[in-house]
Design a protein around this ligand. Sequence first.
Ligand code: AMP
Ligand code: MG
Length: 327
Amino acid sequence: MKRFFLVLLSFFLLLSFGSCSQERVCRGDFFAFDTYHTVSIYGMSEPEADALLSDLEAETRALENVFSFYLDDSELARLNRERKALLSDPLYSALLSAAKIKTETNGAFSPTLGALTSLWGVGREGFLPPAEKEIAAALAASSPDLTLSGGSASLPEGMLLDAGGFAKGVLAERLVEKVRASSCSRAVLSLGGNVGVYSADGSYEFRIGITDPHAPEKTAGYLLLRSGFLSVSGHYERYSEYAGQRYSHILDPRTGRPADSDVVSAAVWSEDGLLADALSTAFVVMGREEALAFFSETDREFGAVLFLSDGTVALTDNLKGSFVETP
Ligand code: AMP
Ligand code: MG
């Protein structure tokens, strides 16, 4: 029996309206990057908000044409085919950051694991776990580093890049930049597992609900945020089942198999959208101990909520007080 599940919306937006309840809100949603995006814009007239929403949707489509693994004509897909290319600024700078995080996380996060994601095809209709020999070959092709220099990238034999673990973090950053350049007073952008929040004077406190990975129709709790990006990665977001076993879309690039740590979902907040997106994926691979050790040892600024397989939650010290568990 093969089944495919896709939970599209990872966040529940619990906005506290308080004294701003009179402010006009405009909402827009659209489908891109294989997921739904929802944008809420406050304090603009309807024509202004509509123009901003169209601009955000257009920017999303432009970035999808850069980062998509599945659109045949995206810049990333072309690089995967041609193996060597001079890249656009957004792709080159995102790949530089992603490659750096690959090194810092000891390969738990890897933008070069496309041969593995493609082989496993988790979420595809008719999912079948691959054979050992195929896994070993895709792992060998995915492990080396890609070469980035002078605006160009070149891929070693067999390697494929997959931006699925960081592209929506880049998207969230780009869209919040556009919102910042507008006259909007505050905004919440929920972009397939990545949320960006913005308020013009930076003082508004947003309550962002986080899905309970053990019961995805519920919230496990919420985080209080004034700025930045919150990214959530979890097995529940996309998986396939075969012969009674679940296979997650989050792969461990060190073993070539679906991640199998004690972290079933990770929420990461950072002022850096790409970092939040990459680390939320990495922590599901690393597990609690390695993730918390990474937090203690790195200079990177972020906070994490780790949802563990035994139903408990582990927090980095800086989020104690900001995360409120649902009773
Ligand atoms: P996210 O939803 O941000 O956790 O990203 C998951 C997507 O990133 C998957 O669907 C794959 O396309 C890709 N991916 C899976 N495992 C990893 C990993 N360990 N590092 C980087 N990207 C990954
Ligand atoms: Mg991610």
